[in-house]
Design a protein around this ligand. Structure first.
Ligand SMILES: Cc1ncc(COP(=O)(O)O)c(C=O)c1O
Length: 345
């Protein structure tokens, strides 16, 4: 049975978080002399809302979730780091990851001196539920499941993820950075059934705002309260809160560009598959393709020589000889095919 208080690092239960000037007074005043800002400056001189209230209210509406179940971070990378720091005692607890997967779970755990248990995906990039549950021990605090998975591009089995969450006494983090490109419902709808679920999403992919660094975590109110308690007070700038809000107001752009990117992905996958030397274009539910080819890392270098950068995943376990290709504009994809073709013979 999952009990949050049993898995939180004990010293955090009694932690008194920093109370910022903007925590102690919120609302409108005529004169602000409470936060040691520069009163002579204009524009950016005031600290932003540390609770990102407006942005969470609007997000809550589009995600059909209460705003007290939303955490916003400086990218979802910040949420990954805070989850590790909230639940894992350095030198004692561990996390479980499913390689090949997004690199920051391992990096964040290593920075925090937290052990990493690796359970490989199967050869066809599916989840091995039995192995994952067998790898868990009494010090396992988090299982990171990336779906659609980076770098393989595929969704992982929903029923398997649910069963893992049902049986695991720690937290299951489902990283949905690429969910908007997939034809599948978000795990957000399962938060009511699974008290140990955390869903990560981001403004960096489908929303087209990677530069802003705004990531989201959705979970029970108790888990979100904990993340808020340990986050730096002003972790999202006011400008970035405003720009993310604007993106939500113009969500047609996101929807249109997602559809266009999916079409471009299908076209690129077809073209790549027809090239000699391409061994496999993996099916993708994301905005990138994993492609297996002869001499992948030498092709990667040659493309750089011609001004085109892909992501070399050829040294990554189960991705030998694979490059990861983000879907570009029609012209960029065309240029890639033209440049790649003579290199593959
Ligand atoms: C699976 C996955 N999760 C999280 C992130 C980080 O996203 P953010 O820009 O919100 O920190 C990425 C970025 O590539 C990613 O691929």
């Amino acid at each position: 049975m999952f009990e949050l208080n049993k898995i939180v690092r004990p010293h955090l239960l009694d932690l008194k978080p920093y109370s910022s000037a903007r925590d102690e007074f919120s609302g409108e005043a005529k004169i602000y002399l409470d936060a040691n800002e520069n009163s002579l400056a204009e524009g950016f001189n005031r600290y932003p809302d540390p609770h990102q209230t407006l942005l969470k209210t609007e997000l809550g509406k589009i995600k059909s979730i209460r705003s007290n179940q939303i955490f916003l971070g400086n990218g979802s990378d910040e949420a990954i780091d805070l989850l590790i720091r909230a639940f894992c005692e350095p030198g004692k607890d561990n996390i479980v990851i499913l390689p090949p997967t997004y690199g920051m779970y391992e990096v964040s755990a290593s920075i925090n001196n937290v052990e990493i248990k690796k359970v490989l995906l199967t050869d066809d990039y599916n989840i091995d539920k039995t192995k994952i549950l067998a790898a868990v021990d009494s010090n396992s605090r988090l299982i990171f499941i990336c779906s659609p998975n980076n770098p393989t591009g595929n969704l992982l089995d929903t029923a398997d993820i649910k069963q893992i969450a049902d049986q695991f006494e720690g937290i299951v983090v489902v990283d949905e950075a690429y969910i908007d490109f997939a034809k599948q419902e978000s795990f957000i709808s399962k938060l009511g059934q699974l008290p140990n679920l955390v869903v990560l999403q981001t403004f960096s992919k489908a929303w087209g705002l990677a530069n802003l660094r705004v990531g989201m975590a959705f979970a029970s109110r108790e888990i979100i309260d904990l993340l808020n308690k340990i986050k730096p007070p002003y972790n999202i700038s006011g400008e970035n809160q405003k720009l993310a809000l604007q993106a939500i107001e113009n969500k047609e752009f996101k929807e249109r560009s997602v559809n266009e990117l999916i079409d471009l992905k299908e076209a690129l996958a077809m073209q790549l598959s027809s090239l000699k030397g391409i061994q496999k274009v993996y099916p993708s539910d994301a905005n990138f393709l994993l492609v297996k080819m002869e001499n992948a890392s030498s092709i990667y270098q040659k493309l750089i020589g011609q001004g085109i950068v892909l992501r070399d995943r050829s040294k990554v376990v189960l991705c030998e000889d694979c490059l990861r290709i983000t879907i570009g504009t029609k012209e960029e994809n065309q240029k890639l095919i033209q440049t790649l073709k003579p290199l593959l013979t």
